[in-house]
Design a binder for this molecule. Structure first.
Ligand code: UTP
Length: 472
């Protein structure tokens, strides 16, 4: 009863007493569920978000926005030495076990419309390997290549936690040592209606949703990940998102450049596909690197050109970062990290007492609040950006169809495999549009790049039109 009194008092204080309106009619089990939900709410933060009607993201002063410095994909003559040294540094950090990796897999994947956690989505073009399996195999290859045991921190949310853990169990961790896979659940934020009242989805359930990928920073601290990383001697956490099968979680060049620059948080960029592409845009403001979401970038800036006609803001974010462990410790120490909150109008199911039922609205009826990981970039004392080719590192599974869908992601996996084979001197048949005329899949256990593939190919490797070729 003590817990009830306490939570009831807090809800009353913050004008959210309606959360208890059905209390008298709830069973004991339902009461417990309701108290558990309410206990997870950060009422104080929510109150400050509700009271500010404007967006929390700082207004953009266009006159200050510059293109940021970017390490190019191919080094210039004067950078060749630096790149070679960086690769050596990155490799030695991997060998020394100073790099861990983290995937954020707590999202709800609403656009894809897949019921299970997105990491369990089958994606590889021939073997139908899931996203989680591809990442696990990638990590195994890294461990084998560098003689390390790179820990893998998997961030889940209430919705994805149990099914994700079960999936790994059932598949025996895809060959990884289970002690090196660490699941941790992110925090939540409630959805509120237009009057600022927290929404109930049932008489005993609150509309809670994950607090955004930026919530990973606090979860790293609260769920013991930072302690685990410290214990293992991990200095850099390589961050990636669960929807991108082309990601390389341990890229020696990226790690080495980050280290040489004394960066606290670094990012991978790709040249934007078009002015209005729906990716974050890297900019520099007063010498600080920052990412502006496509939805917040003024049109005039999105279309701005350099004197030579090239796009002024051409570096798009692919949500791949290196983050120093001590940087996360600093950010989340004391009173905790204060990343800005982003609000979004969404359709959120709600309980309709008059009909005694849960209603799925047809139009957005609520506000959700999320933190974004990239808002930690400008808080770093030093930050760098490395450009990579999109075809090498980025093809996310976001939508069920069209752009960034399973079909485009599979296509891009085949394209990259064909490119690697050609780099090794293998002839890949191509059609009139230069698309590979065979379905090719390279297991991450076999190769993580063209160089590794070439070293293991024998001269008899042939690809014929319409072949299905799986290289394991
Ligand atoms: P997205 O912004 O693409 O969201 O997440 P989503 O939930 O996967 O998909 P939609 O928008 O509902 O269709 C980018 C990455 O951030 C993770 C996702 O799992 C994905 O890896 N993420 C997002 C979290 O881990 N937690 C969150 O609260 C939000």
């Amino acid at each position: 009863m003590k817990r009830y009194d306490q939570l009831r008092k807090t809800a009353d204080e913050f004008g959210q007493e309606h959360l208890f309106q059905y209390w008298e009619s709830l069973t004991d089990d339902q009461r417990l569920l309701l108290l558990d939900d309410i206990e997870r709410i950060d009422f104080k933060t929510l109150a400050s978000l509700i009271s500010e009607k404007h967006t929390d993201v700082a207004a953009i002063d266009e006159s200050k926005i510059e293109a940021p410095p970017v390490y190019p994909h191919e080094p210039s003559e004067s950078q060749k030495e630096l790149y070679a040294q960086a690769i050596a540094t990155g490799e030695s950090m991997l060998r020394a076990g100073k790099v861990g990796t983290m995937v954020v897999a707590g999202g709800q994947g609403t656009r894809l419309g897949f019921d299970a956690p997105k990491g369990t989505f089958p994606i590889s073009p021939i073997k139908n390997k899931t996203l989680f399996q591809l990442f696990a195999e990638n990590i195994q290859n890294v461990n084998r290549t560098f003689g390390c045991k790179m820990p893998w921190y998997v961030m889940t949310s209430s919705a994805t936690d149990a099914p994700t853990r079960t999936f790994f169990e059932v598949h025996n961790y895809f060959g990884l040592d289970r002690d090196d896979v660490y699941f941790f659940e992110q925090g939540v934020m409630p959805a509120v209606d237009d009057a600022g009242k927290i929404i109930l989805t049932e008489p005993h359930r609150v509309a809670l949703s994950p607090n955004g990928h930026g919530g990973s920073l606090l979860a790293l601290r609260d769920k013991g990940v930072l302690d685990d990383a410290k214990r293992r001697g991990v200095e850099i956490i390589s961050y990636f998102q669960v929807d991108n099968p082309l990601v390389s979680p341990a890229d020696p060049l990226f790690i080495g450049l980050h280290q040489h620059a004394g960066s606290q948080m670094s990012s991978i960029a790709v040249p934007k596909a078009d002015d209005l592409e729906k990716v974050g845009n890297f900019v520099s403001i007063d010498g600080k690197i920052q990412i502006i979401e496509y939805s917040d970038l003024p049109d005039s800036l999105a279309h701005a050109r350099n004197p030579d006609g090239s796009r002024k803001l051409n570096a798009g974010s692919v949500a791949i970062h290196l983050i120093n462990r001590t940087y996360v410790e600093d950010l989340t120490g004391g009173t905790g990290v204060s990343l800005p909150w982003h609000r979004a109008r969404k359709k959120v199911e709600y309980y309709d007492a008059s009909a005694s039922t849960t209603v799925q609205p047809d139009a957005p009826n609520a506000t959700k609040f999320e933190m974004f990981i990239f808002d930690a970039v400008p808080l770093a004392s030093q930050s760098i950006i490395l450009e990579q080719l999109r075809e090498d590192c980025f093809s996310p599974v976001k939508n069920a169809e069209g752009v960034d869908s399973p079909a485009t992601s599979r296509r891009d996996m085949v394209r990259r495999a064909a490119k690697w084979l050609e780099a090794c001197g293998v002839n890949v048949p191509r059609d009139a549009n230069q698309e590979p005329q065979a379905t090719i899949e390279i297991s991450p256990l076999r190769a993580l790049n063209a160089k590794q593939l070439c070293a293991s190919l024998d001269a008899s490797q042939k690809i014929n039109p319409n072949d299905e070729v799986y290289l394991d």
